[in-house]
Design a protein around this ligand. Sequence first.
Ligand SMILES: *[C@@H]1O[C@H](CO)[C@@H](O)[C@H](O)[C@H]1NC(C)=O
Ligand SMILES: *[C@@H]1O[C@H](CO)[C@@H](O)[C@H](O)[C@H]1NC(C)=O
Ligand SMILES: *[C@@H]1O[C@H](CO)[C@@H](O)[C@H](O)[C@H]1NC(C)=O
Length: 386
Amino acid sequence: MEEGKDPNATNVPKPNQSRLWPQGLVDQLLFVFIVLCFSLSLFVIYMTRQTSVTTTTLISSVPISQPCAHLKEQPETNLDHWIESPLNMLHTMSDKELFWRASLVPQLKNCSFTRVPKIAFMFLTKGPLPLAPLWERFFKGHEGRYSIYIHSLPSYEAKFEPTSVFHGRQIPSQVVEWGTMSMCDAERRLIANALLDISNEYFVLLSESCIPLYNFTLTYRYITNSEHSFMGAFDDPSSVGRGRYNYRMSPQVKLSQWRKGSQWFEIHRNLAYLIISDTTYYPVFKEHCRPACYVDEHYFPTMLSIQAPESLANRSLTWVDWSRGGPHPATFGKSDITEQFIKNLRRARNCYYNGQPSEICYLFARKFSPGSLEALLSFAFTDMGY
Ligand SMILES: *[C@@H]1O[C@H](CO)[C@@H](O)[C@H](O)[C@H]1NC(C)=O
Ligand SMILES: *[C@@H]1O[C@H](CO)[C@@H](O)[C@H](O)[C@H]1NC(C)=O
Ligand SMILES: *[C@@H]1O[C@H](CO)[C@@H](O)[C@H](O)[C@H]1NC(C)=O
């Protein structure tokens, strides 16, 4: 602004002064004067700031009795902030920010606090959880050993009672298209949100049509005592296995490394970190595994088989019936649920647990229709133990 004024100021007295002083000298003197004024004002501003800073520092170091204001300025004096479960699920972090935050790993494994390992039950659903009453019974009385996360369509508004274990457990979600990378994105989003709770040690992915086959005690013991993570991963030589491999995925993924497996997994925290911090395989799968290559059946099984093969049981904990054929597994309704049917689900199958043949191979089963709820509830206590 001052610069704009000056040309006018020099212009007005010009006729008078030019008689007494040579024009060049007038201009020079004016210039020096302006520079001096400018420097002086800068100096004054600087000094005012310095003084006020000194004053505030002096004031704040004097103990004054303002308890609230005083407390806020206190540094954190204990670990609570780091080890307590985040209460508010609805943060405003973008995926990029969330994954970065979730990828922070403590290097010291020996905690200085008591840590009860929790299982994160992560529900991937379009909206409602019609079998919620069954799960409520399953979780009842086991608070502190599980946490729940729900990814639903962003437009869906959940209406769980405040007393429900599902109340307020929705995470910031995005639209999911079946068989595309957006499905894996949603699963990674669930994992990343669950990683924010330092006590979550195991991560189970479930759908709205899944049911638990055993009580919580057995489920918890089975998962926490296992030496392996339950990610289905096998080499399927057929057209819906190796046939979906694209040679452009090489060299990151070779045909011999290509795996297939059910989307429904249970993984240890160490593998959860690998999944949310992967930047090597993610772009390869996103680019080269598109329908009819269903990326949710290949990305995690292949990636983890390359990065942590010895950690995998190579089988899923979730039973599903593909015997009817077609692109979707069988759905069971009210009339399918009998005592014998549930016995069959829990029946011994050929599987290994910690290197030994095991009587129990599946802890969860799908798919169950909303209409099956009542029948399931009637068998829950006598036949499934919850
Ligand atoms: C872990 O912590 C416990 C208790 O604080 C201590 O007795 C033990 O020696 C520690 N172990 C290691 C490997 O540092
Ligand atoms: C859980 O189920 C197992 C096997 O079905 C049973 O042995 C155990 O007593 C049950 N535990 C509880 C607390 O109900
Ligand atoms: C799972 O498969 C990997 C090879 O992809 C193998 O190294 C690992 O030992 C298998 N796990 C079990 C429990 O057999």
